[in-house]
Design a protein around this ligand. Structure first.
Ligand SMILES: *[C@@H]1O[C@H](CO)[C@@H](O)[C@H](O)[C@H]1NC(C)=O
Ligand SMILES: *[C@@H]1O[C@H](CO)[C@@H](O)[C@H](O)[C@H]1NC(C)=O
Length: 707
């Protein structure tokens, strides 16, 4: 191995740029160079990114009695976010049950949690701590004792998103995203079952197919899923184009499509399940599917009928196995921006409100019913009224587990972060406001709390100089947005305007010598890239780097100065599809770095400190859950990836069903440890899916969804 390092790197670089493949010596040289390259460990670094809304979720699972007006009980412990619960009934042969507890009123709650920076599935067995276990369930939460077990995922396991668990007997059935598809814009979501006693996991979804929202029948025999089947993901952001398939839970065999167009199945008995779809009249509604008793299913043998009426949206149904006429649903009613849980009696056709009277201005998600039909569970933001002792979601920098041990990954409670050249400080924005903070969370400074600023960038050579663009985001070419240099170390930070006349001058990034800024501007009528003087701005010299009737944006200058990475729709102008490109600062060498597929969206490139990799956000892994099961995301997809500049070593860093974006890459390895806000921040201010809004038009109700 020692011989490999004898080749001087500078020589290698100059040869690699203009390879002459005819020379056998050079080929050998190149092979050795590349071997050397892959052996050398990359320096340990940190990446920070944003997840839309996530730091406001603070989800916990709550439950309410079905029949009587009783107390709402918080079932989960107030750590991290806890959601998509399921009441398990039996634990036959399950070694995790604690045999010393035989409380007949105990509750076994299976749910997804994102504690410790990765998605995992937990089982909480909740007992009444008093000796009198016959008391009614309206006991206060303080009297409950919780035994917590991690079933799958979490520290040390494979990193993936986990979703919608069911536990039947010894088998846990759930969605996981740990298997790469190898094809852009295809979802990694697939259904697995793990036998808890043996820890043996098996994939139930066929290769090449994505399955969402699994539900196991009461006996455990069948599993129903929403699946895009052979169609794949066509870029849907509201309702997914899924059909419902049923297969044997045991091994995924006898897989049959039973319903065209539907999602989120929930079984009432072995031959009946409920599901949702957006009806032709525009309303999301619950439907019932009845399978033939002879167990020979086909689409044609299954009868479906609409259950909930038009006039409101009803979705994410939960069936009851003991009260066949009752389902729990989430609703969005005209005039309300909030999602609530209601019961629907399918015989009498009447709704009964459960959560609106308790918390009218909170969103409640994804109901589920206990096996004895005494309680309905759901998740919502715990807010500040939580009576839980531990509130652990006030994270400024939340450490996220990554498959790359030498990259320390953090989600920031803010947007457009960037590291100072030494990696010790972070500039970021909130909407509104520009802030600077030490990377350990100390010395948090409001630079300008009222301005609407977006991307930030530090000057590598001028200490304490941060560039940002001030004005509205996602706006047209002519919008008033200009770039400013901000001296953030001064007692009174100063703002120097570098571009003039608005026209959407944004996304500044500085050359490594600190002398030039590349940015995008709409001044020609199209968004293209320009380079200007970093000190005097465009007055000190301006050149146009790219030119064409399309949008070039989100540019980032490489640490060696030789390249500028950016996002562009030049392959399909105006389509909304963005790919990553790279160009030399002198305008030559334009090439595409990655395109996730037709109509794909890949954005926000940022070079690694050693210039060998880029980090970016992409729909490469498509959607991972039905968008309606989550709060609002402008795009219900977007994960953070890294890759080498030649397109190799594509690595998915984040696995969730949220919208991740604006990554930046810094030179320092920050301790993989959460950094908390010094004081509590507002927790519940996130929107429910805005496309479920119902507005009143001249002719009465007009539905905005679907358009
Ligand atoms: C999660 O992190 C906490 C503190 O950082 C630690 O005490 C706990 O053991 C971790 N839990 C798991 C399941 O790794
Ligand atoms: C343009 O810049 C690249 C890298 O910075 C360099 O390799 C190339 O020779 C330059 N081309 C011209 C025509 O100056």
């Amino acid at each position: 191995m020692a011989t490999i390092t004898l080749f001087p790197l500078s020589l290698a670089h100059s040869k690699v740029r203009t390879p002459n493949m005819k020379s056998p010596h050079l080929i050998i040289f190149l092979v050795i160079f590349f071997i050397n390259d892959s052996i050398a460990a990359d320096p340990a670094t940190s990446i920070i990114f944003t997840t839309l809304g996530r730091s406001r979720y603070a989800f916990d699972i709550f439950s309410l009695p079905i029949d009587t007006t009783g107390t709402e009980i918080q079932l989960t412990d107030g750590n991290s976010v806890n959601f998509n619960g399921y009441f398990a009934s039996s634990f036959n042969g399950n070694p995790i049950t604690n045999p010393t507890f035989v409380d007949p009123q105990s509750t076994h709650l299976v749910y997804v949690t994102e504690r410790n920076g990765s998605s995992s599935i937990y089982l909480d067995s909740i007992y009444h701590s008093g000796v009198d276990s016959t008391r009614k369930r309206s006991v206060l939460e303080a009297e409950l004792t919780r035994y917590q077990h991690r079933l799958v995922g979490g520290s040390g396991g494979r990193i993936s998103m986990k979703d919608r668990p069911s536990l039947v007997g010894d088998f846990l059935v759930y969605v996981s995203t740990h298997e790469e598809t190898g094809v852009g814009r295809t979802s990694w979501a697939a259904v697995y079952s793990t036998q808890l006693s043996t820890k043996v996991t098996r994939r139930l979804t066929p290769q090449g197919v994505a399955d969402f929202s699994p539900a196991v029948s009461p006996s455990g025999l069948w599993t129903a899923v929403a699946s895009s089947g052979e169609k794949g993901w066509g870029g849907e952001v509201q309702e997914l184009d899924t059909d419902i398939y049923v297969f044997l839970t045991q091994d995924g065999s006898r897989r049959v499509k039973v319903v065209e167009h539907g999602g989120w199945p929930s079984w009432a008995d072995e031959s009946t399940f409920f599901f949702h779809r957006q009806s032709d009249d525009g309303w999301w509604s619950i439907y019932m599917a009845i399978l033939p008793k002879n167990k020979l299913f086909t689409v044609n043998s299954v009868t479906t009928q609409r259950v909930t009426p038009p006039g409101l949206h009803a979705f994410t149904p939960a069936a009851s196995v003991t009260k066949k006429n009752i389902i729990a649903v989430a609703t969005r009613r005209p005039g309300s921006d909030y999602r609530h849980i209601e019961l629907y009696d399918i015989v009498s056709g009447s709704f009964k409100d459960l959560t609106r009277s308790i918390a009218p201005r909170a969103n409640h998600y994804n109901p589920f019913i206990s096996p004895d039909s005494s309680r309905v569970g759901y998740h919502k933001c715990r807010g500040s009224g939580s009576n839980s002792e531990v509130i652990n979601n006030d994270m400024f920098l939340e450490n996220i587990q990554t498959p790359k041990p030498r990259i320390s990954l953090f989600r920031i409670d803010g947007s457009f972060p960037s590291f100072s050249p030494d990696g010790n400080q972070i500039a970021y924005v909130r909407l509104p406001g520009l802030y600077v903070v030490n990377s350990d969370g100390s010395d948090h400074r409001e630079i300008a709390p009222d301005i609407t600023a977006f991307s930030t960038a530090w000057n590598p050579t001028r200490k304490g100089v941060v560039y940002t663009s001030i004005g509205p985001t996602f706006a047209s070419e002519a919008t008033d947005v200009d770039i400013f240099a901000v001296e953030v170390d001064k007692d009174e930070p100063t703002f120097t305007k570098l571009t003039f006349g608005g026209q959407n001058n944004a996304f500044p990034s500085v050359s490594p010598d600190g002398k030039y800024i590349v940015f995008r501007s709409g001044r020609s009528g199209h968004k293209n890239l320009y380079i200007m003087n970093a000190l005097e701005g465009e007055k000190g010299g301006l050149t146009q780097l790219t030119n064409g009737p399309w949008s070039d944006t989100m540019c980032n200058w490489s640490p060696d100065g030789d390249n500028i990475a950016f996002a562009s729709d030049r392959h399909n102008p105006g389509s909304g599809s963005f790919a990553l490109y790279m160009v030399h600062p002198n305008g030559t060498g334009l090439r595409q770095l990655i395109h996730s597929g037709s109509f794909g969206r890949t954005n926000h490139p940022w070079f690694s400190p050693n210039g060998k990799y880029i980090v970016f956000t992409s729909d490469y892994a498509a959607v991972s859950a039905e968008p309606i099961s989550n709060p609002h995301h402008y795009q219900p997809y977007g994960d953070i990836f890294t890759m080498k500049l030649d397109g190799s070593e594509l690595t998915r860093l984040t696995h969730n069903s949220y919208e991740d974006g604006t990554p930046c890459w810094g030179p320092k390895f920050m301790k993989p440890k959460d950094v908390e806000w010094p004081k509590g921040e507002e927790k519940c201010s996130f929107e429910d899916c805005t496309w479920l809004a119902i507005s009143n038009s001249r002719d009465g109700e007009k539905i905005q969804c679907g358009g």
